[in-house]
Design a binder for this molecule. Structure first.
Ligand code: S5P
Length: 488
């Protein structure tokens, strides 16, 4: 993973050097002025760069996707798809932009059979409309398409629009990552970073529901998680704890979870009492408290009752079912007796969820499955994420949502996306690996319903004031998301 990341950073710098990524003022097809221009068509003039792009796309995602055909979106991505096809020995098809006016009138060139599984390759995604048009043509010929792999996600709604149509998008890098790498390398200044972020927040593109009505890509397009208000989603929850949490969020106008990573009982209770009024969830790592006692739990429960928040113990269970059922219910912490929610790594397979459920037969409890992590170099690959989502779908009575970083991971409006790695001031914590995004970005671009803020609040000079500020910003971003994505 470290090697992959360093290759990706080099690639981003080279793309900037050859002006495939430029900053300035550019008129877009839509007529809007953009402070950034990304055009990967020129990479065919740099064979080494083209080769790296193909290699990284293959390594990053395609090799883990179950497919037997590739298709590059015409025209920029076709050479990339060709290289990947040759390198991986995966056959490819070409979609003609217009069916031939003579001869066989074929829309799709290449040999394929109905039911073949095809992955789309694209260079840059903005709204996702080019990918969706390509998919419609492939589907009309009987090919099955559920994944698109792209080099750059401009973070302007493409991921959302594709997920709406049942297509999972994997991007090698986002525009925010490009900005970060170029800023770290001293190639762009903060002013450029700020102007691009402002532009992104203001230029989200939502393809309305009528866009593809002629040939819907999925049998039923349900109202999306991202565009529905929490109040409506509370009625769609299949787990009573998820419904309760969504109702608390609405009542308190808060989608803030504080990560109370403190090591003494007195600090933990002080935090619960002071920031409690501003949060919907209070997240603990109870095993870091040095003077743990049963009394601490009583105080935490009393604070939760008084300030109307739920308790989530971030235990990240990751063992066989039998072991986790004991870890959940026994030992010093007897977690299931007090924590409304826990976090779980799906790495052991479905048994981890079955094990936890077996410990809480009559209690109203639930879990968040950690499908993707915020830390640099984490091992959560696209195929891990999609297999984890399958586990999630099998336990609607116990799973409340997922911990992840990308909006297309979760569609079900009855479930919640919890996203850590949120800070107003920092971009990372150095060697320790945490990576941060702003409150607005995690809600608008990363699809979080609830944002987890730890040190940004706990280590602030005034934690109460910090909690108020995060809560206001996160809630405003949620309201903006719902109103900007409202279906036409
Ligand atoms: O991917 C993850 C998942 C979690 S639950 N990344 C995370 O950082 N977390 C948790 O969120 C982590 O254990 C910590 O408690 C919190 C983030 O804290 P911060 O101080 O970096 O905001």
């Amino acid at each position: 993973m470290a090697e992959f990341e360093s290759k990706l950073k080099d690639l981003i710098i080279k793309l900037h050097e050859i002006e495939a990524v430029k900053f300035g003022l550019f008129k877009m097809k839509s007529g809007i002025d953009s402070p950034v221009y990304i055009d990967l068509r020129s990479i065919i003039s740099y064979p080494a760069i083209l080769e790296t792009v193909a290699e990284l796309l293959w390594e990053f995602a395609i090799k883990d996707i179950d497919c037997n055909q590739l298709c590059g979106v015409p025209y920029a991505a076709m050479p990339i798809a060709t290289l990947i096809s040759s390198y991986s020995k995966t056959p490819m098809v070409i979609r003609r932009k217009e069916a031939k006016k003579y001869g066989t009138k074929k829309l799709i060139e290449g040999k394929f059979s109905p039911g073949d599984k095809c992955v789309i390759v694209e260079d840059v995604v903005t709204s996702g409309s080019s990918i969706l048009e390509t998919i419609m043509d492939l589907q009309s010929e009987g090919l099955r398409v559920t994944s698109a792999v792209v080099v750059v996600d401009r973070e302007q709604g493409g991921n959302y629009n594709l997920s709406e149509k049942g297509v999972t998008m994997h991007s090698l890098c986002t525009l925010s990552q490009i900005l970060q790498v170029l800023k770290d390398a001293g190639r762009v200044n903060q002013e450029i970073v700020d102007s691009v972020k402002k532009y992104l927040a203001a230029s989200q593109i939502h393809l309305d529901s009528t866009f593809f009505t002629a040939q819907p890509l999925t049998e039923s397009v349900k109202p999306s998680r991202l565009s529905l208000p929490f109040s409506v989603r509370a009625d769609q929850a299949t787990n009573p704890v998820a419904a309760k949490l969504l109702k608390i969020m609405v009542a308190k106008q808060s989608n803030l979870c504080v990560a109370a990573d403190v090591t003494s009982a007195s600090k933990l209770i002080a935090l619960a009492e002071t920031v409690g009024p501003y949060v919907c969830l209070f997240k603990t790592h109870i095993d870091i408290v040095e003077d743990f006692s049963a009394q601490l739990i009583q105080q935490l429960l009393a604070a939760a009752q008084k300030h109307n928040f739920l308790l989530i113990e971030d235990r990240k269970f990751a063992d066989i079912g039998h072991t986790v059922s004991l870890q959940y219910s026994h030992g010093t912490y007897k977690i299931c007796s007090w924590a409304d929610l826990v976090t779980v790594h799906p790495v052991p397979g479905e048994g981890v969820i079955t094990g936890l459920k077996s410990a809480v037969a009559d209690l109203h409890r639930g879990c968040f499955i950690v499908v993707e992590m915020s830390s640099a170099g984490n091992l959560t690959t696209p195929s891990y994420i999609s297999s984890s989502m399958e586990i999630c779908k099998k336990h609607p009575d116990f799973v409340v949502g997922v911990v992840c970083q990308t909006p297309s991971t979760l569609n079900n409006p009855g479930l919640l996306q919890l996203t850590p790695g949120v800070s107003l001031d920092c971009q990372n914590d150095g060697e320790l690996g945490q990576q941060y995004n702003s409150p607005e970005d995690v809600i608008m671009l990363r699809g979080a319903d609830i944002a987890v803020v730890g040190r940004g609040i706990v280590q602030a000079a005034d934690p109460v004031q910090a909690a108020q500020e995060y809560r206001t910003k996160l809630w405003a971003a949620y309201e903006k998301r719902v109103s900007s994505l409202k279906l036409a």
